[in-house]
Write a new protein. Structure first.
Length: 280
């Protein structure tokens, strides 16, 4: 099949990366299923090409809606070639301040929602022996920062995606993790929750300063979501797509800093590490 005959299924398209990816995929001539919790917020996207698009309501925490959306996609287009798991939210707060109810909600969206959609699509991809799963992670999936502990924890998506990539490779299914740094997607604004359980000592320390700095910078991030969408399309069209794609200079710098220091620490403690085995 030609690239443009592929069918894309994208979650979280009302704003941010999801909206941009949907628009760029449609402009590139793909068939695109555009989803969001409120379908009215995405009608303008599919209006460009009603024959080749489908707008559906989808809350990724609702299994019935997931099953219904996948079934409607197969009914209209007969297949799903590219799944973009983009729906997600952020949470700001130190580990000690964070509220379990709110963080569990984030896990339901960022991790379990992603996996439930993936598991609903996988049988179709296996039967057609082809597919590409794009899981939106974050540079926070590779390295961590203060005030985002529970958000980072949802990037158990990283580990499970690595396992999944190995499991589905025999079926000609690819998995790619997208790891952006700061982009102008409203992630630091409407798409995030801030803890309302403030601890004075933390609020007055660098932890509080970090939190305020991140939120003040919302809307001024260096990353261009339109260019990120173009990058995702490039990955999908590649003969050998990567398991990981960093997006943004900030992501590159943070990842290379982490890897350099990790390797140095591993080498420093190499003797202790090697001596933990039984003697040969």
């Amino acid at each position: 099949m030609s690239q443009q005959e592929k069918v894309w299924f994208i979650t979280g398209c009302s704003t941010g990366f999801g909206r941009h990816i949907a628009e760029h995929a449609i402009d590139a001539g793909y068939k695109v299923v555009v989803t969001a919790r409120n379908v009215e917020q995405i009608q303008d996207i599919t209006a460009k090409s009603e024959e080749n698009t489908l707008a559906l309501s989808l809350d990724v925490t609702n299994q019935d809606q997931i099953n219904d959306a996948v079934a409607k996609t197969i009914e209209k287009f007969g297949r799903i070639d590219v799944l973009v798991n983009n729906a997600g939210i952020g949470y700001f707060g130190s580990v000690e301040e964070s509220v379990e109810e709110e963080t569990r909600k984030m896990f339901e969206i960022n991790f379990w929602g992603l996996m439930h959609v993936t598991n609903a699509v996988l049988p179709q991809m296996r039967s057609q022996k082809s597919g590409h799963i794009i899981n939106f992670s974050s540079i926070g999936g590779l390295t961590s920062f203060p005030t985002l502990g529970y958000y980072h924890a949802t990037y158990a998506v990283e580990g499970i995606s690595e396992s999944l990539a190995q499991e589905v490779a025999p079926f000609n299914i690819h998995v790619t993790l997208i790891e952006p740094s700061g982009f102008r997607t409203d992630w630091g604004g409407r798409s995030s929750v801030k803890t309302d359980t403030a601890i004075t000592e933390l609020k007055e320390s660098f932890v509080g300063q970090m939190l305020n700095a991140v939120q003040r910078g919302a809307g001024q991030e260096a990353g261009d979501p339109a260019k990120a969408a173009q990058a995702v399309i490039k990955v999908v069209e590649a003969d050998k797509p990567p398991l990981r794609l960093l997006l943004g200079e900030g992501a590159y710098k943070a990842a290379t800093y982490k890897i350099t220091n990790l390797l140095a620490s591993i080498e420093e403690w190499k003797e202790t590490t090697m001596n933990a085995d039984f003697k040969k």
